[in-house]
Design a protein around this ligand. Structure first.
Ligand code: FA5
Length: 344
């Protein structure tokens, strides 16, 4: 047994000399120290020996096994080191890496943030009002009684719920003007509010969505006049749309402002020539006007002391009219097609 073990170890050392890879080493490990390897056979054989001889032979086999395992571990480490070194040789520092795609804010979120920043220096503070609200705030408080035909213009979605005796039915707010009287009822004068919320209407085509955003400005103070309104809208247009663009005010009829206007901008797609989106060369961005005394009254404000102006514009249309965006269908904004969204 003694002799056999010595021979085994010298044979093992010869085998090690021939090894050039981790695969070769594994084959040698299995040959000597594997479950069915040479050492396992030695252990099998000593079963026939006497107890004393078994003890002596077992000790020698274990010593040989330990030596074999240590040598294998040593060689394994040096071969693994060599393998990673050769992988390093194949690493080209100048080869461009794979780019991880980075997302960005949706363009309407970007537009909302820009709008908020532009109005901030004028003292307008962003506020939020309910997007599902009572008819009273969306219409009655704004001087549009239930029977008034103007109410049809808002093409409202009604919520299927029991009506309230004073406030009427719940609606998906068709405009952000519901926030006007809500803001007045906070009883904190003067007011410079910028309410931005989702609105819903039963409409959908190149320039209309069922769900869209509006931003609503409201200023109430002593001595507010129409020149403040015009100046505020001009200031916004200059900052948001860039130079060379024109806005115009058209007389209109909103029941909650007097006088009332619609505000148009020359179309950014055709620069005023007329196209499929604008039809006439002008795009309507929203409404504006001086707050009607009845609305101030509904908000608990004395119209003999205070006056105010208000405006409500569509965020999507406003963004589409920014110079250079070239978006010719409002529905692209919410189709969630990455090929479109990635361009902005
Ligand atoms: C109003 O909603 C008034 N509340 C605006 C207002 C506020 C007037 C304060 C006076 C004082 P109008 O229905 O015209 O007005 O809508 C205003 C703007 O919202 C439109 O010009 C358009 O930019 C946007 N808008 C309206 N409906 C849609 C729609 N279905 N899809 C996308 N944008 C819309």
């Amino acid at each position: 047994m003694d002799m056999d073990l010595k021979e085994l170890l010298s044979q093992f050392k010869d085998d090690l000399k021939k090894i050039s890879s981790l695969e070769d080493l594994e084959a040698v490990r299995l040959k000597y120290a594997g479950k069915k390897g040479v050492l396992a056979k030695f252990l099998e054989e000593i079963k026939t020996l006497s107890v004393e001889e078994k003890k002596e032979a077992g000790k020698k086999i274990n010593e040989a096994k330990q030596e074999i395992q240590e040598k294998i571990a040593e060689l394994q480490n040096s071969l693994a080191g060599a393998k990673s070194a050769s992988a390093q040789d194949r690493f080209y520092k100048t080869l461009p890496g794979k780019k991880i795609a980075a997302g960005h804010l949706h363009i309407i979120t970007q537009a909302i943030r820009e709008i908020v920043e532009i109005f901030k220096p004028l003292g307008f503070v962003r506020v939020r009002h309910p997007e599902i609200d009572w008819e009273w705030f969306a219409f009655e408080a704004l001087n549009i009684p239930a029977t008034h035909p103007a109410r049809d213009e808002w093409e409202t979605f009604f919520v299927d719920s029991p009506p309230d005796e004073k406030y009427g039915r719940l609606v998906i707010t068709p405009h952000t003007s519901n926030g006007q009287v809500r803001e007045m009822l906070k009883n904190e004068l003067p007011i410079r509010m910028l309410g931005i919320s989702r609105c819903g209407r039963r409409q959908e085509d190149v320039s209309h969505l069922q769900t869209f955003f509006q931003f609503e400005g409201l200023a109430v103070d002593k001595g507010i006049s129409i020149t403040h309104l015009k100046g505020t809208l001009d200031y916004f247009a200059k900052n948001f749309f860039g130079p060379g663009r024109e806005i115009r005010l058209r007389p209109h009829d909103f029941r909650f402002t007097e006088p009332s206007f619609e505000v148009d901008i020359n179309c950014s797609l055709c620069l005023g020539k007329g196209c499929n989106f604008c039809k006439s060369g002008w795009v309507e961005l929203g409404g504006a006007g001086m707050v009607h005394p009845n609305v101030l009254k509904a908000g608990g404000i004395d119209s003999k002391i205070y006056t105010g102006f208000a405006f409500g514009w569509g965020v999507e249309r406003t963004y589409m009219m920014k110079s250079g965006t070239q978006i010719d269908d409002i529905r692209h904004l919410f189709n969630n097609d990455l090929r479109f969204l990635e361009q902005f």
